[in-house]
Ligand binder design. Structure first.
Ligand SMILES: [Zn+2]
Length: 448
């Protein structure tokens, strides 16, 4: 049984990141970017962006999918395979229709019936985490998920075709040429001749046939944005995210080959920061981070990465002002706030713990599914002797991670400690109420 792991794409998980495990990558900049390119498409499709969760999956295969009418997942492999930002936007436009057009998933491939629930539970559990827990998350993820390698989710041929047409319409509405989607499909066509096992999941779930390409070419001909190149600012942001992901997932030697030191573009430096860090070349990593900050002093992500490098390198006191600056520049980014909270907590100094408390309270307020922030928040409470609060934060953490039993255990202790009717007491009761049915369900399953 393989649990789904949530990684924060700061450097903390870097060295322990498994090569091909299915994991959710959390990175403030990437998440912001995915929202910024997807939200206009969702609006064009008549959807409310806040009702759709988008998450980045750490998987080198090329894939993107929509599930359960609420979730869009993008593999890191997809972002790395795209030649330009319009390819990614094209794919997202297509996925948007699967949600807006209310398509329902079915399975295809080797294990027709076996594992749909396992894939869906992973996707939905992960999404519930990304969305901040909620009633759905707790049972789904604790149901356990196996990475069902051969199996995949797919829509019917008719629905794929509908998604292409609607996707092209959304692209038109947001002023983007469908040429990107076509060039992406063209690249994948080469994979059609491969044995299924060697194909990327996107090819398996989206058989690319002549009709689809012709249909898209027709849409391109009619598009008023036919020859419009990708947006300059989005392209730059996209290249940075690609570089960052590349440095994060690749071997450092490969990173330096792709982004050689002679390349002093922001993207190249960004890739090298991660590459050097991975190679434990702290000084070189810091040098590149400083160069990034010098180029864009107001960019929160550059301060974030520098702070993380210092922190990882054991220079916590030096990291603090850098991370504080990052938070100042991006006060609504829970992942950056969490990084600052983590650094404060790691000092194990009483004053710092007291400082960390409101920081982590803010992070968990903005991102209720951030188990790492809950973990550190519980630590600050515990350190300050606030045991009831520590239990409630721990209950929240297990709740968000989908451990119903442990969530209930800590919530029960919190219920006993807080005054009846207080906001904390009510919240602990809510967790108990949500965890109860899940526990019963799990017990029932075990008995069967
Ligand atoms: Zn599709």
């Amino acid at each position: 049984m393989k649990r789904l792991i949530v990684y924060i794409l700061c450097l903390c998980a870097l060295l322990s990141a498994p090569v091909r495990a299915q994991s959710i990558l959390r990175d403030a900049e990437t998440e912001r970017f995915l929202r910024d390119i997807t939200d206009p498409l969702l609006l064009a499709a008549g959807l409310e962006p806040s009702s759709i969760t988008i998450f980045l999956i750490g998987d080198s295969s090329i894939n993107a999918f929509a599930a359960n009418g609420r979730y869009i997942g993008v593999h890191s492999g997809m972002i790395l395979a795209n030649d330009n930002v319009n390819e990614l936007i094209g794919v997202l436009a297509h996925e948007t229709c699967h949600i807006a057009c209310q398509h329902s998933l079915r399975t295809r491939g080797a294990a027709q019936n076996a594992g749909i629930t396992s894939i869906l539970s992973m996707v939905l559990g992960a999404a519930a985490i990304a969305a901040g827990g909620g009633d759905a998350g707790i049972g789904l993820i604790s149901a356990g998920q196996q990475a069902a390698q051969r199996q995949f989710l797919a829509y019917s041929r008719g629905q794929e075709s509908e998604a292409d047409i609607a996707g092209a319409r959304y692209l038109e509405a947001v002023g983007i040429s469908p040429a990107g989607l076509i060039s992406f499909f063209d690249k994948l066509r080469d994979q059609e001749i491969l044995a299924q096992i060697r194909q990327d999941p996107y090819v398996r779930s989206h058989p690319i046939n002549r009709t689809r390409i012709l249909q898209l070419q027709d849409a391109l001909e009619r598009s008023p944005h036919k020859d419009k190149p990708p947006d300059v600012i989005l392209s730059e942001r996209f290249e940075r995210i690609q570089a960052k992901l590349f440095g994060y997932v690749s071997d450092p030697v490969q990173t330096l080959r792709t982004y050689p030191v002679s390349d002093i573009s922001i993207a190249a430096r960004y890739a090298r920061v991660y590459g050097y860090h991975k190679a434990l070349e702290w000084d070189l990593a810091l040098e590149e981070a400083d160069a990034l900050i010098a180029a864009e002093p107001e960019n929160p992500y550059f301060h974030e990465i520098k702070g993380q490098i210092l922190f990882e390198n054991g220079k916590v006191r030096e990291a603090l002002p850098v991370l504080e600056r990052a938070v100042e520049l991006a006060p609504n980014q829970p992942l950056i706030i969490t990084a600052l909270g983590q650094a404060l907590v790691s000092t194990e100094d009483e004053d710092m713990m007291a400082r960390a408390q409101p920081v982590l309270e803010e992070a968990t307020r903005l991102d209720r599914g951030n188990t790492f922030a809950w973990f550190n928040l519980a630590k600050t409470y515990s350190w300050q002797g606030k045991e009831a609060h520590a239990n409630l934060a721990t209950a929240e953490r297990f709740y968000a991670a989908g451990y119903a039993g442990r969530a209930a255990h800590h919530a029960r202790m919190a219920v006993e400690a807080f005054d009846r009717g207080s906001p904390e007491w009510l919240r602990a009761q809510d967790i108990l109420a949500a965890a109860g049915p899940v526990l019963q369900q799990q017990r029932g399953r075990r008995r069967r």
